[in-house]
Design a binder for this molecule. Structure first.
Ligand code: ADP
Ligand code: MG
Length: 691
């Protein structure tokens, strides 16, 4: 396998562009891609033609404007290249106009009330900064999606706006330090967790294929307690899947780098090398899609749901985030002596302020029905946002805040005491896996994302709030007479003001919740409460100030998130009721009947049948209890308030507990019901299905 030849072979990338475009066209396009200069539309024709020729040579017959509506998925509609030609023939064509702009019916995508349904026109517009690619016979053109009136209807346009905002403010900060550059870009490396289970077993679980998670299931006798799955050797079938996945990802120019088993049985991870944020977002969307598709080729199903199984870890996504200039300076690189790196300390202070001030929207950006099952469940960071700086920076910030002299914490050379082993450089700081927003050497790692999330949402928030804080800092420092004094004073003041958000200890520990409450930090445990915060004026204004959302767009997005939460729990609740009524109740009833007739038969010749009686009685009682819970659930589901905020509260506080009551009764029965009678594969069947 020649990986270097395979890599990017399905992508209309820089080298293809360079060789297939007229020189002037290439130069102009490159300028747009690299500096964000407005696209010269006169080049659209030649670019479209080169793209089409290349795509056709790769077997493509169609093209699509690929976009990211306000779901977590991507959308596509395929048009063929054919145009009628003389002699009843066709030619293959892609015009400049078709490349640049497409029209799409916007009315069937979520809009959160920002667009009336009769105003259905939507437009997709080419995003030249993200490369086009060929997949399954179609040329995919990355686009943004806006309504007839120019409201954004996707995740890509606000993401690009947030990157522009950050570029603008960061350059103001750099200028104060005498650093000139053309562009500051944000970079993201999303680590992606997933589960793999056997397709045949999956197909027997209605809850999994309808909702993505198990709504029932007694805990297996073996969970993750042996701690032997994390980094364990790969099962052959899994290894074959991972190899196929890597090759597929590489062919799409995705920098798949690391793969390993995760903590829970059947759980795994893939981490790519980081890229500029909009590319990272696009490639992560594509990665999630390909993970699922490649799995099917192997008779497997890839689950991206945040909590497919109770009792074992769920799946998240770590969003490694940083900022760097086109000249190669990483703004989050502390260097050897951060105490003498005032640019770094100022950037750090800005991030600490941004995260503290806007902890509410940061938390809201990762809120979903599925992720609610993870955050705060001892496997993922709590629902409380805090910042981890590590020993070295933690000590430095402590010294600044308290006015002490800083005694540098230096990385020491380590040795394991075996003469043959090399001396290895130790990191200056240990890892802290329990922190939601952790500094990890030259980047921040935001760890609250769910595995199925589009990474666009949290990055829109991070970029916007950091851009806004940079702008505030720049406003103050640009006016200062003595820059250095003003700078140092600002750094110290900001760390003091926002000291409460810094937490360098165990985020899973029981002490943290009350401590965070004392510090006045938010702790919104469910989506209904977390998203409510996004409607607050301050949290809308920051998006308006940075030109990322209009007021209507910000409100629409929060509404969509709540609507989505309500819809998902509604589907789960209906599925819970249906499975209980149609499958579990009759199965248990049959088994009880069998036990009873066995008792009757055995009694004829006086055989002992206490166990049959005990089990039959327990099951009969539990089955009644479950059906009562089902009735209560159905009653409350039929009386949902029409207001989305009220409905979301009812879902969180009434419907979910009622679903749990149905489940609790069913799971108790599963544990004592004969396997042949139970209508679904068990957790053991699911989690150990890949042999
Ligand atoms: P770990 O988190 O397991 O220690 P690494 O630190 O090697 O692993 O990297 C985790 C992820 O962070 C990878 O996707 C990597 O490419 C990404 N990453 C590294 N540097 C940066 C950066 N400057 N900006 C964004 N992501 C980065
Ligand atoms: Mg990591």
């Amino acid at each position: 396998m020649d990986v270097t030849a395979l890599f990017g072979s399905n992508v209309f990338n820089d080298s293809v562009m360079r060789s297939s475009l007229p020189k002037e066209v290439y130069k102009s396009l490159k300028k747009t891609i690299e500096t964000g200069a407005t696209l010269d539309t006169s080049i659209a024709g030649p670019v479209a033609q080169a793209m089409k020729d290349w795509a056709v040579s790769k077997g493509a017959t169609h093209y699509t404007h690929w976009f990211q509506p306000l779901t977590n998925l991507t959308a596509e509609k395929h048009d063929s290249f054919i145009e009628p030609a003389e002699g009843s023939k066709v030619i293959m064509q892609l015009s400049g106009k078709s490349l640049i702009i497409g029209e799409s019916d916007a009315s069937s995508f979520p809009s959160g009330g920002s667009r009336a349904t009769f105003a259905a026109r939507g437009y997709t517009a080419w995003d030249p900064t993200s490369p086009a690619f060929v997949k399954e016979g179609t040329l995919y053109i990355p686009t943004i999606f806006v309504s007839y009136k120019g409201e954004t209807l996707d995740k890509k346009s606000p993401l690009l706006r947030s990157m522009t905002a950050l570029d603008k403010s960061a350059k103001r900060i750099l200028k104060l330090f005498g650093i000139e550059c053309n562009k500051v870009s944000t970079t993201v490396g999303p680590e992606q967790e997933y589960f793999l289970i056997d397709e045949e077993v999956y197909n027997k679980r209605k809850d999994l294929y309808l909702t993505g998670r198990t709504l029932f299931g007694a805990l297996p006798t073996r969970g993750q307690e042996l701690e032997d799955h994390y980094f364990g050797t790969l099962k052959t079938r899994v290894a074959e899947y991972m190899r196929d996945l890597d090759e597929t990802l590489w062919s799409y120019g995705i920098l798949s780098k690391t793969k390993h088993n995760e903590v829970a049985p059947a759980q795994h991870e893939m981490a790519p090398i980081y890229a500029t944020t909009n590319i990272a977002v696009d490639t992560n969307q594509l990665t999630m899609e390909l993970m699922k598709k490649v799995a099917r080729k192997h008779g497997l199903v890839c689950l991206l749901h945040e909590k497919p199984f109770e009792g074992v870890n769920g799946s998240g996504k770590h969003n490694n985030w940083s900022m760097s200039t086109d000249t190669g300076l990483n703004l989050l690189d502390p260097g050897e002596e951060p105490e003498h790196n005032s640019l770094f300390m100022l950037v750090l202070a800005a991030i600490v302020e941004a995260v503290d001030e806007y902890q509410g929207i940061l938390r809201a950006s990762v809120a979903s029905a599925a992720n609610d099952h993870r955050l705060g469940a001892d496997e993922a960071p709590p629902a409380i946002i805090s910042v981890y700086l590590g020993d070295q920076l933690g000590a430095l910030v402590d010294a600044i805040v308290n006015g002490f002299d800083y005694v540098p914490v230096k990385a020491v050379p380590g040795s394991i005491g075996v003469p043959e082993s090399p001396i290895f450089p130790m990191d200056a700081t240990d890892r802290n896996r329990t922190s939601p927003f952790a500094f990890t050497g030259n980047k921040f790692e935001f760890r609250m994302l769910g595995s199925a999330f589009s990474v666009a949402d949290p990055n829109i928030v991070i970029n916007t709030i950091v851009a806004d804080t940079f702008a505030k800092f720049a406003d103050e420092l640009e006016k200062a007479e003595d820059f250095e004094r003003a700078r140092d004073e600002l750094i110290a003041r900001k760390f003091k003001e926002h000291y409460r958000i810094i937490f360098n200890y165990d985020g899973y520990g029981p002490e943290w919740e009350p401590e965070a409450a004392r510090r006045g930090l938010l702790n919104n445990k469910n989506t209904a409460d977390a998203v409510a915060v996004a409607f607050e004026e301050k949290n809308i204004d920051v998006f308006i100030r940075q030109g990322v959302y209009t007021r209507a767009e910000a409100i629409a997005r929060a509404n969509i998130q709540l609507e989505n939460y309500v819809k998902i729990i509604n589907i789960e609740a209906k599925t819970t009721a249906e499975m209980a009524r149609q499958d579990i109740f009759p199965a248990v009833s049959d088994y009880v009947a069998t036990l009873c007739s066995n008792v009757a038969a055995k009694s004829v010749i006086d055989l002992p049948c206490e166990s049959e009686k005990t089990v039959a009685k327990s099951l009969a009682l539990c089955n009644e209890e479950m059906m009562k819970a089902v009735s209560a659930l159905e009653r409350d589901l039929s009386q949902m308030p029409s207001d989305v905020k009220e409905a979301s509260q009812k879902m969180a506080h009434v419907i979910l507990p009622e679903m749990n009551a149905v489940r609790a009764a069913a799971d108790k029965m599963e544990a004592i019901c004969a396997k042949d009678y139970w209508p679904y594969p068990s957790y053991t069947d699911l989690l150990y299905s890949v042999k």
